[in-house]
Ligand binder design. Structure first.
Ligand code: SF4
Ligand code: SF4
Length: 157
């Protein structure tokens, strides 16, 4: 697993490559922090973590989870329709609100609304989808990774 700083450096390299190859090659990526790094005019489509908000996953057992990498079932299609789960599952309502992030770096971050941190990374590391994001290099949550940012692009407010 890359350190948060390595992740930030990689993301910056991708953004730079996207600018270099604009019009010739479409480079896309997924990271909840992308919208914080792009110029304002290009940042709008990026809404931060979209788990249970812009997408979800359906497993082969028909479980519905908020994201392909967040293994928490919020309902099952054998018992309810997708529309019922998408509209009414309490856990989906909970994860859609950044106000429910209750601990760690994301809970006190000024970018909480625009970014929200990776809920899957939080779950994988802390066993809690509403804790901090251990992969963040902007506001590091992991003392062993050190502080500060190696990301070349300034973070927008
Ligand atoms: S602390 Fe969380 S909300 Fe803030 S930038 Fe990092 S991942 Fe995003
Ligand atoms: S949980 Fe992580 S991988 Fe899934 S949408 Fe949120 S930021 Fe992306």
């Amino acid at each position: 697993m890359p350190s948060p700083q390595e992740l930030g450096t990689l993301l910056s390299a991708w953004i730079k490559a996207g600018e270099t190859w604009k019009g010739k090659l479409e480079i896309d990526w997924h990271d909840c922090r992308v919208g914080l790094l792009l110029p304002e005019a290009e940042a709008d489509p990026y809404k931060g973590c979209g788990a249970g908000y812009t997408h979800c996953r359906i497993t082969v057992d028909r479980d519905v989870t908020p994201c392909v990498v967040l293994p928490v079932a919020v309902g099952n299609l054998k018992k309810h329709s997708f529309a019922e789960i998408w509209r009414s599952a309490p856990e989906l309502h909970k994860i859609r609100s950044r106000d429910n992030i209750s601990s760690g770096n994301c809970s006190v971050c000024e970018h909480k609304v625009k970014c929200g941190g990776c809920r899957a990374a939080s779950y994988a590391w802390y066993g809690d989808a509403y804790a901090g994001d251990p992969t963040c290099w902007i506001k590091p949550d992991m003392p062993e990774f050190g502080s500060g940012t190696s990301c070349k692009r300034e973070v927008r407010g």
